[in-house]
Design a protein around this ligand. Structure first.
Ligand code: HEM
Length: 395
């Protein structure tokens, strides 16, 4: 039986969030699977092992929680997600509804709307020399187009960000970050629950489409508000951090911006590369439902396994020059959107948002330069920034 290295590493600490890459390399290079005694869990940072886990939902289940807590032994802090934290067959019919509602065909009509919003944002930014890449772009754009597409009212949309912050903190241990998120949760939760109700949604939008699926009997009537809530939880902070990651990477790599400016059609591939390079969703867990073997390492039943998605996305076994941000690279196959049956159901929408914003900015601005130090935002699952001062130089 192979020895499993035990690493004294805290992947949910401020120091780790500030610079996760040495920790990722340590996990990845120590062995296919390591043990983290601090959390009593196993972990892997290799692409092949993570892909194997994601595509074997029978051995590596989500229903026992995709965070550090095993719901079989400890009650969840919040109601488990009706989509993310379920296994077939429960997962299957809810997922089928979302597959329809968020399919490329269903989203096609949104493309011109997203392009027009992105153009308007770029025009607005052209009137100022300096901006914050996070507040003025990465947050501003999804906070407009996503609630519009879902069919939400205008009131209180900014609450989506702290709510998502809570959801993604809740997958980590009960540290200061999670305590702070819990302290602000009650009014946010109340607001999100109200927004997920049928009466709060306009006729055109994903929300109403989910209720229509319930009317057709494809999901239960009582499930519909919770499926809407799953989208509100997963659909904003992720995209904000994806767009933020792309802007930060471009600010640090002016040559890559020059390529995008010369050819804005590269925007789609550039967004994909940013998701690989800086992975907004850094980690998810699975729990073994039975004894399993991962990369030749036996795992007992009931083991929590931490998947460092971000480490897999820079695994040199899978990628050439993985630490290089290269918008010409074929980034397909990264696990930034997951893989297998739980692979991000909002990925088409997320890509549409990222592509629209980057293309509009690339058309209008010759240079995108840092204009001060970036400030990191800490979250137990998400990687992103709180502030990114930028100077946008018009073409
Ligand atoms: C750049 C943006 C995004 C990233 C990086 C991202 C990442 C991910 C990842 C890694 C998973 C897999 C979770 C797992 O295997 O346990 C996932 C699932 C999911 N995502 Fe996203 N996501 C993004 C945007 C969105 C958007 C815009 C929506 C909503 C429209 C969304 C809704 C969901 C849902 C509902 C699931 C659960 C799917 C299932 O369990 O079948 N995501 N996402």
């Amino acid at each position: 039986m192979p020895d499993i290295p035990s690493l004294d590493l805290d992947p949910f600490s401020a120091a780790f969030f500030d610079d996760p890459y040495p920790g990722h390399a340590l996990v990845r290079e120590s062995a296919p699977v390591v043990f983290l005694p601090r959390y009593g869990c196993y972990a892997t940072g290799r692409h092949a092992e993570i892909h194997a886990m994601l595509t074997d939902w029978e051995s590596y289940v989500s229903s026992r929680g995709v965070g550090v807590t095993d719901y079989k032994t400890h009650p969840p802090l919040r109601g488990p997600s009706l989509v993310l934290e379920t296994d077939p067959p429960l997962h299957t019919h809810r997922r089928e509804v979302l597959n329809q509602v968020l399919s490329p065909a269903a989203l096609r009509a949104l493309r011109p709307r997203f392009a027009a919003e992105a153009e308007a944002l770029a025009e607005h930014l052209a009137a100022r020399e300096l901006c914050c890449g996070i507040r003025d772009i990465a947050e501003a754009f999804p906070l407009t187009v996503f609630p519009d597409a879902l069919g939400m009212g205008q009131e209180g949309r900014e609450s989506l960000l702290p709510y998502g912050n809570f959801v993604f903190n809740s997958m980590g241990p009960r540290n200061d970050l999670l305590e702070a998120s819990l302290a602000e949760l009650p009014p946010l939760n109340e607001w999100v629950t109200r927004q997920s109700a049928r009466g709060a949604l306009v006729a055109e939008g994903f929300g109403t489409a989910i209720y229509a699926a319930a009317d057709r009997g494809e999901i239960g009537a009582e499930e519909a508000p919770l499926v809407v809530k799953a989208l509100l939880s997963a659909g904003v902070d992720t995209t904000v951090n994806g767009i933020g990651a792309a802007l930060a990477a471009f600010a640090a790599h002016p040559g890559e911006w020059a390529k995008l400016h010369a050819n804005p059609a590269l925007a789609r591939g550039a967004f994909e590369e940013a998701i690989r390079y800086e992975s907004p969703v850094q980690t998810f867990f699975r729990t073994t439902s039975r004894p399993a073997e991962l990369g030749g390492t036996p795992l007992p039943e009931g083991a929590k396994v931490l998947m460092f998605l971000a480490a897999a996305n820079r695994d040199p076994r899978r990628w050439d020059a993985p630490d290089r941000f290269d918008i010409g690279r074929n980034a397909a196959g990264h696990v930034g959107f997951g893989a297998g049956i739980h692979m991000c159901v909002g990925q088409v929408l997320a890509r549409m948002e990222g592509e629209a914003v980057l293309a509009a900015l690339a058309r209008r601005f010759a240079r995108l330069e840092p204009a001060g130090p970036a400030v990191r935002r800490h979250n137990n699952t998400l990687r992103g920034l709180r502030a990114l001062p930028l100077r946008l130089v018009p073409a």
